[in-house]
Design a protein around this ligand. Structure first.
Ligand code: CMP
Length: 135
């Protein structure tokens, strides 16, 4: 099924100058980049985007990290996009991520792990609409 998912190139990968390389990898894996927007998230945007994690111990660190510099927001389209983008990213912890995955290549830690991807079709719909309401 043709799906859309939200990808975020996080502040660590942006700072490292890896955004173009990550977007090339995304296209090489067969995704179409429908939307691309560089922005710096506000605290309230980041808190609201990650609201499902608000009770977690790492919530404050996560929000502080996500607003620490520019990010690139991407809407990706592909057959099976939600799962395929998660597979291309690899495990949340770069130490556990498979060879060749984005987080293995560009991530440093569970928090600073280069990219985000929606975790289900339902989340993808919410997350795409959150940043790109006209889609
Ligand atoms: P993301 O896919 O953006 O969604 C939730 C994020 O929480 C996840 O990526 C991780 O980067 C982050 N996260 C998960 N566990 C931890 C942790 N122990 N410390 C800091 N951040 C974490």
């Amino acid at each position: 099924m043709m799906e859309r998912t939200l990808a975020i190139i996080k502040p660590d990968a942006m700072k490292a100058g890896s955004a173009d390389e990550i977007m090339n990898l995304i296209e090489d894996k067969g995704f179409t980049i429908l939307e691309e927007k560089e922005t710096t998230l506000s605290r309230s945007q980041a808190e609201s985007f990650y609201t499902e994690h608000k009770e977690r111990t790492f919530f404050k660190d996560l929000v502080n990290f996500m607003i620490s510099g520019p990010v690139t927001l991407l809407v990706l389209e592909k057959d099976n996009a939600v799962k395929d983008w998660r597979d291309v990213m690899g495990a949340t912890d770069p130490l556990e991520a498979a060879e060749g995955t984005v987080r293995k290549l560009f991530g440093a830690s569970k928090g600073e792990n280069a990219t985000h991807g929606s975790d289900s079709l339902e989340s993808a719909k919410r997350e795409v609409a959150f940043f790109f309401p006209r889609l």
